[in-house]
Design a protein. Structure first.
Length: 492
């Protein structure tokens, strides 16, 4: 055990953020560099080393949290890194981006602020990189088997790294111009700087993984031909079809999906563009959707110099404490103030958009530009959302981003049809207990099979699917499989 009295004597402290006035002028991560190390050992010492560590149940990766908390408390960073990597290929990603369901399941969290598990995790891995403890792990021998991985998000990268280390020759196909999937272009740099992805890619290259960018399976390469070329295929293409808002005025210029808006801002940071073609500068911005993607749009708009930012959410405002119907150790729906929300803007709950209002189209334009958004308050009645009469209002909107989630994997590029894949009732690629699809030798991992989910579930799926592929290719496997395809988060 770390500090037997730590949870009694040490209060919870989290990473220090840079002043708002400073950080909105750049795209660097919002946290003060190095601010965690002076406090993190004591924070790790708050871990109670529970007889039954429910943080394991909250984390689909099965992270050995009490063990690496103990090592972090003792400042044995090499051992802590080894324990961290035993279950997680990319802790620097989850330590920055995961909403930390492990903390919601922390036993200390029953009646005190939970252990800062996420902060301990990111401190361990950052220290490991700085100390040279993260090195390539190439296989001792090659199997002679080949695997194609479609998609380079967290699920695809985890599957690729596991299979490469098992001795298979792995090629990752990515339709974008850089590796990383939504980690690269969907997550703003102020939440995770892209250097963290780049150094992992270099580690994987040194281990033997091959990467093919700007290749879309289904369009550039026929999926059936790809299957014949490789001994196995892993589909980790994500759930990239954005949920639309079919209301009058949707066709107006200035109404965009979040995943049209965010990647362009990231491309500016990569040096591909000088100015984003879709910018919030000087505009009244409305973000529709109250989740993490919506918050990413809010933070991006602040940095682009928006005149105002308003975020709309159709659901009621969550409470700040657990409700009775969301007991420990489930992941509760709580009111969350992200770093982007700290930077300003208005959040409006229990409202629904009725239509967009636009200007008259100028010469050469088919439609006009969005100028306002009309909304109405809503409430639950008999389990259904109903509009409240007399609550309609109009707000200015020069740029609208739709951040309402995703509905499934992309079928327009022909990948699903060319493979002949079966879909489940939710429109995801169907798979069995080994992550295998109905097509022999073709497996699916991550959001493409699970539906929209968290990064920690994507990595867990990539690791689990890798075991299924390894068994298919060799008849047995020593790779771990932390979750089954049917496992779900601890929700009520």
């Amino acid at each position: 055990m770390a500090d037997p009295k730590g949870f009694l004597t040490t209060g919870r402290e989290v990473a220090e953020t840079r002043p708002v006035q400073e950080r909105v002028k750049d795209w660097n991560e919002v946290y003060v560099p190095g601010s965690l190390l002076p406090i993190i050992s004591k924070q790790a010492g708050r871990c109670m080393d529970c007889g039954i560590p429910f943080c394991h149940n909250g984390c689909p990766l099965g992270n050995l949290i009490p063990e690496w908390n103990d090592y972090a408390y003792r400042e044995d960073w090499t051992a802590a890194s080894e324990r961290l990597h035993a279950t997680n290929n990319f802790p620097e990603f989850t330590g920055r981006l995961c909403p930390a369901p492990c903390e919601s399941a922390c036993v200390l969290g029953i009646n005190q602020p939970a252990v800062t598990i996420k902060n301990v995790e990111v401190s361990i891995i950052d220290k490991a990189w700085d100390s040279g403890d993260v090195t390539p792990q190439p296989p001792e021998r090659l199997s002679g088997k080949t695997v194609a991985v479609i998609g380079s998000g967290p699920a695809g990268l985890a599957a690729a790294q596991q299979l490469t280390r098992a001795g298979h020759t792995v090629a990752v196909y990515e339709r974008a111009d850089r590796i990383g999937g939504l980690l690269r272009y969907g997550i703003p740099a102020f939440k995770m700087e892209k250097s963290h992805i780049n150094r992992r890619i270099e580690q994987m290259r040194a281990e033997g993984t091959k990467f093919r960018t700007e290749v879309e399976i289904g369009t550039d390469i026929d999926a059936a031909k790809l299957r014949r070329r490789y001994d196995a295929v892993v589909i980790a293409a994500g759930a990239t079809v954005s949920r639309d808002l079919p209301v009058p005025g949707r066709e107006l210029n200035g109404v965009h999906f979040a995943m049209e808006y965010l990647p362009l801002a990231n491309k500016v940071q990569e040096g591909d563009l000088t100015v984003s073609p879709i910018t919030a500068e000087g505009k009244h911005v409305v973000v529709i959707g109250g989740g993490d993607t919506g918050a990413d749009c809010v933070g991006t708009a602040h940095r682009q110099g928006a005149a105002s930012v308003t975020q709309l959410e159709i659901m009621p405002k969550p409470g700040e404490d657990r409700s009775a119907n969301q007991p420990w150790p489930t992941f509760p729906m709580l009111y969350k103030v992200t770093s982007a929300h700290e930077e300003g803007g208005e959040r409006v709950y229990s409202v629904s958009t009725t239509h967009f209002e636009g200007s008259a189209p100028e010469e050469g334009q088919a439609v006009g530009d969005v100028r306002a958004l009309h909304l109405v308050e809503v409430e639950f009645k008999d389990g259904k959302l109903e509009q409240k009469p007399g609550t309609e209002r109009r707000i200015p909107a020069d740029l609208v981003t739709l951040a309402m989630g995703f509905t499934g994997t992309d079928q327009a590029n022909g990948l699903v049809q060319q493979f002949g894949l079966e879909l489940d009732e939710r429109g995801n690629v169907a798979r069995d207990d080994n992550y295998a699809t109905n097509v022999d030798g073709v497996f699916v991992a991550g959001d493409a099979g699970r539906g929209q989910s968290l990064i920690v579930w994507a990595i867990a799926e990539g690791r689990s699917a890798a075991r299924g592929v390894d068994r298919y290719l060799t008849g047995t496997s020593a790779l771990p499989a932390p979750i089954r395809p049917t496992d779900r988060s601890l929700l009520v």
